[in-house]
Write a protein of this length. Sequence first.
Length: 133
Amino acid sequence: MVTTVTADRLSMVLPIPPSINKQYATVNGRRVLSSAGRAYKTQVGQQVWIALAQSPFRAALMERLQSSPLAFSIRFFFTTALRRDVDSGLKIAQDAVCEGLGINDNRIVETHLYKHVDKLHPRIEVSLGPAAP
C-alpha cells in the first residue's frame, strides 16, 4: 500500500473497512467490535507503525500531531456507488489510524469524506494532519 509521511501529514492507501454490519457484534446484549473490526484495526495499526518506523520525519510528524487540532480526510473508492454509505467506514478507519499513531481521535476537529467508484481497485485513501488555523 502507498504511504507518504512528511513533517506535518500522514497519507496512506488502506483496504476498505468492513461494513457497519460486520464491524460490530452483540454479545450479552452489548455492542462490541467484531473480530473483523478488530482485525481491520490491527492491520491498519501495523501499517501505520511500519510507515512511521521507516520515516525520517517520524519525530517531527508526531510533534505536530500531538500539538495541533487535526483534520482527517478519507476518499472511499467502492466497486459501485450504491453499495455503501460514504460515512460507513469513517469511525473505524479514523480510530485505527489514530490508535496506530498513539493519539486520541477526539483531537480531530475537521473531517472530509469523499466517495468515488473504482471497480478494479476498491480502497480508502486517508490523510491526517494539522487542521487549518
